[in-house]
Design a protein around this ligand. Structure first.
Ligand SMILES: Cc1cc2nc3c(=O)[nH]c(=O)nc-3n(C[C@H](O)[C@H](O)[C@H](O)COP(=O)(O)O)c2cc1C
Length: 191
C-alpha cells in the first residue's frame, strides 16, 4: 500500500458502485483492518454504537434475493420497476463484500440519537478511507428497504440498520465528485 498524506487520502475518497467492481477477492485481513479502524471512531460517552454484519460468499445472493423480493412484495401493486428489482438483486452479488451498517441505540438513551448516528457515520468514514487506501472501491447505500433489515439480520433490541457498505476492487478511472467551494459554507469569526 502506498503511503498517502491524510489530505491525499481524504481528497481521493470516492463512491465506487457495484457495476464497476471486478472479480478479485478482498483479503480478509483488509476487511479486519477496516473494522479495527471503524472501531477507533470518536464516540460521546464511549457508547461505541457501531455494529457491523459482514456479508460474503453465499450471504451476498441471499441478501440480494431478500432485498429484491421485499421490494416486489411492497411495490408490485404500485410503482414496481423491473430495473430497480434487478439492481437490488444483483448489486450484492457484484460486490466482493457488503458490510451492513448498524447503530445500537444506547438503551439508557444517555445521548440524543443523532450523536449515535454521527458516531456510526464517523466509523463508516474510517472504513471508507481504509478501503480507499487499498484501492478498493466502496459506497454507502441506504435504500428505503433498510427498515426491514431485521427480517434478514438478527438485530438486537435497539439496533437499527443505517445502510450497506458495498465494496470491491475496480479498474476504471473514476474522478472524485464535485463540491461547491468550501468558502461558500464557512463563516470565519475573528473579532
Ligand atoms: C449516509 C449516506 C447514504 C448514502 N446513500 C446512498 C444511496 O442510497 N445511493 C447512492 O447512490 N449513494 C449513496 N450515498 C453516496 C453518495 O451518493 C455519495 O457520497 C455522493 O454522491 C458523493 O460522492 P463521493 O462519495 O464520490 O464523494 C450515500 C452517502 C452517505 C454519506
Amino acid at each position: 500500500m502506498k503511503n498517502f498524506t491524510v489530505s491525499e487520502l481524504i481528497q481521493n475518497r470516492k463512491s465506487v458502485f457495484p457495476p464497476l467492481y471486478i472479480k478479485k477477492e478482498i483479503p480478509k485481513g483488509i476487511i479486519e483492518e477496516m473494522l479495527e479502524n471503524a472501531n477507533r471512531a470518536p464516540t460521546h460517552k464511549l457508547t461505541q454504537p457501531w455494529r457491523f454484519k459482514v456479508v460474503r460468499g453465499e450471504g451476498k445472493s441471499r441478501l440480494g434475493d431478500f432485498l429484491a423480493l421485499k421490494y416486489k412484495e411492497l411495490f408490485s401493486d404500485t410503482s414496481f420497476s423491473e430495473r430497480k428489482y434487478k439492481k437490488l438483486k444483483e448489486n450484492p452479488v457484484l460486490a466482493d463484500t457488503i458490510i451492513a451498517i448498524i447503530m445500537q441505540r444506547d438503551v439508557d438513551e444517555s445521548l440524543p440519537e443523532w450523536e449515535e448516528v454521527a458516531a456510526v457515520s464517523m466509523a463508516v468514514q474510517n472504513m471508507w478511507l481504509t478501503a480507499s487506501a487499498h484501492n478498493i472501491g466502496s459506497y454507502w447505500s441506504s435504500p428505503g428497504l433498510i427498515k426491514y433489515a431485521n427480517e434478514f439480520f438478527d438485530l438486537k433490541e435497539g439496533e437499527k440498520c443505517l445502510g450497506f457498505f458495498y465494496m470491491g476492487y475496480y479498474e476504471a478511472e473514476i474522478p472524485t465528485s464535485k463540491r461547491e467551494a468550501i468558502a461558500t459554507k464557512v463563516e470565519w469569526i475573528e473579532e
